[in-house]
Design a protein around this ligand. Structure first.
Ligand code: SSN
Length: 480
């Protein structure tokens, strides 16, 4: 284990142990990696109080000072990307090369928001009354809280901490119980590069309900950012109403991946594989419903099946592995339930469809199903596993209608060549993000987020910092 493996809570720049602890295991082997400190409600409150105290001086730092510290943190992450990637792979299961890629992606948010810190500006508005001058300034929202998921243990943390710090806010982070080690390693690096004590506080816990509620209902917390399920997002939204706490939610999706008859089939299949099997399908923007125009369905399916058969599954530490294990037994059970229920409702398993017991209990074979229909559970639920579920449609209108037929609106994808169709379909899709002829839509420059039951607010991009800023209007009178 590297020296970046920390096991205690990180509060006010100190490692704070607790008597009660919980185990973090490696999903590939079942080995216990660490017994991690288990924050309770009192420790959560302590972290909030510390963040409130630290806010006083952090918000007064110049934009340049905040940017310089964020850049140092970025550089420390890049210098340690291999160790951070190996730690992430051990706790989360994704292949080491993919985990290192996530560290680079996570670090890119720190780099990006270091730049944004120096671009926070204001306005002087046109006068309605010549004796007045109206100025609009932007101020940090205050103490922030972040609740993050296990599927991206690094990038989902930095995508929240970096804009918060750039804006002049301090933060308390509740990392996921399954993968807290990456966040603690990031805290260690932040401390080493001189980010002041109390600006970042990390409180791992096995009691997400209590800690989450305290974060959402404390009047000292002025902003909560959550990435996770729609069910939990709705609870947090209710809890945040108590003190009208500002809220960003990045919730579940049910992404369509539409393949039209004019698509480049080989390229569409390649992009689908990249999108679908990223993190073994455990990604909120994973293609979930593969909608293929009937006239090209056979050719597309054959291409996809042959590519899926070539994917290598194994422990994340093994060279050349494309997919690691799923995160836990619940995840495997869910994928298996969806596959078997689709089969019993009439779908065909073209490849895969079972646990690869020769590798371990959590390795699920990359799977392709055909004959999937809209009313199957696999079309209605987020699979969060390595399953390509192919459904077909006749006309462009039908394809769009099927794609939009969901309460979710996070990511969507389609493959087509005709320019008019590309604009028509992009306009018609009711989603926060649309990938055209690409399965890769995530980048620090791009606004990330959804509509409908997939959430509120945007992360990353030039818009992401606004979530951590409040506008103040100063009207100066008596100038006439
Ligand atoms: O699963 C959530 C985030 C994935 C991404 O940023 O592309």
């Amino acid at each position: 284990m590297s020296s970046l493996t920390k096991k205690d809570c990180f509060i006010e720049g100190h490692w704070v142990p607790t008597d009660k602890r919980f185990s973090v295991t490696n999903p590939a082997t079942g080995d216990v990696l660490a017994e991690v400190a288990d924050a309770d409600e009192d420790l959560t409150q302590r972290a909030i109080n510390v963040a409130e105290t630290a806010l006083k001086s952090w918000r007064k730092k110049t934009a340049r000072e905040r940017a310089v510290l964020l850049r140092k943190w970025y550089e420390a992450m890049m210098e340690n990307k291999q160790a951070l990637g190996e730690l992430m792979s051990a706790e989360q299961g994704k292949p080491v090369a993919e985990a290192v890629g996530e560290v680079e992606y996570g670090a890119s948010f720190v780099d990006w928001f270091a730049g944004e810190a120096e671009r926070i500006d204001g306005d002087i508005l046109p006068n309605a009354d010549s004796s007045k001058r109206v100025m609009v300034t932007k101020e940090p929202v205050g103490v922030c809280a972040a609740i993050t998921p296990w599927n991206f243990p690094n990038a989902m943390i930095t995508r929240k901490i970096a804009p918060a710090l750039a804006a002049g806010c301090t933060i308390v982070v509740k990392p996921p119980q399954l993968t807290p080690l990456s966040s603690l390693a990031l805290a260690q690096l932040a401390s080493e590069v001189g980010i002041p004590d109390g600006v970042i506080n990390i409180i791992p816990t096995s009691d997400a309900k209590t800690v989450g509620k305290r974060l959402a209902t404390s009047p000292k917390v002025r902003k909560l950012s959550f990435t996770g399920s729609t069910g939990v997002g709705k609870i947090l939204m209710q809890q945040c109403s108590e003190h009208v706490t500002k809220l960003s939610l990045e919730l579940g999706g049910n992404a369509p991946f539409i393949v039209f008859d004019d698509a480049d089939i080989e390229q569409a299949a390649e992009q689908l594989i990249a999108c679908k099997f990223r993190n073994g399908g455990q990604t909120c923007v994973s293609a979930n419903r593969i909608l293929v125009q009937k006239s090209v369905a056979e050719k597309f399916t054959d291409t996809v099946v042959s590519k899926v058969k070539g994917l290598k599954v194994g422990p994340g530490t093994e060279e050349g592995v494309d997919l690691g294990p799923l995160i836990d037994q619940d995840a495997v059970d869910k994928v298996q339930r969806l596959v078997l229920s689709a089969k019993s409702d009439g779908a065909t398993i073209e490849t895969g469809g079972s646990v690869m017991t020769e590798l371990g209990d959590l390795f699920y074979a990359p799977t392709v199903l055909t004959g999937v229909t809209d009313d199957m559970d696999i079309s209605e639920e987020e699979i969060f596993g390595p399953v390509v579920a192919i459904n077909t449609f006749e006309s462009e209108e039908e394809g769009i209608e099927k794609a939009n037929n969901t309460p979710f609106g996070l990511a969507s994808y389609f493959a087509a060549k005709d320019t008019a169709r590309i604009f028509r379909v992009s306009d018609a899709l009711e989603y926060g993000m649309v990938g055209v002829n690409t399965g890769g839509i995530s980048h620090a420059y791009n606004p990330f987020g959804g509509i409908k039951e997939s959430g509120v607010g945007r992360e990353g991009s030039k818009y992401g910092i606004d979530e951590y800023l409040e506008l103040k209007t100063v009207t100066l009178g008596g100038l006439g």
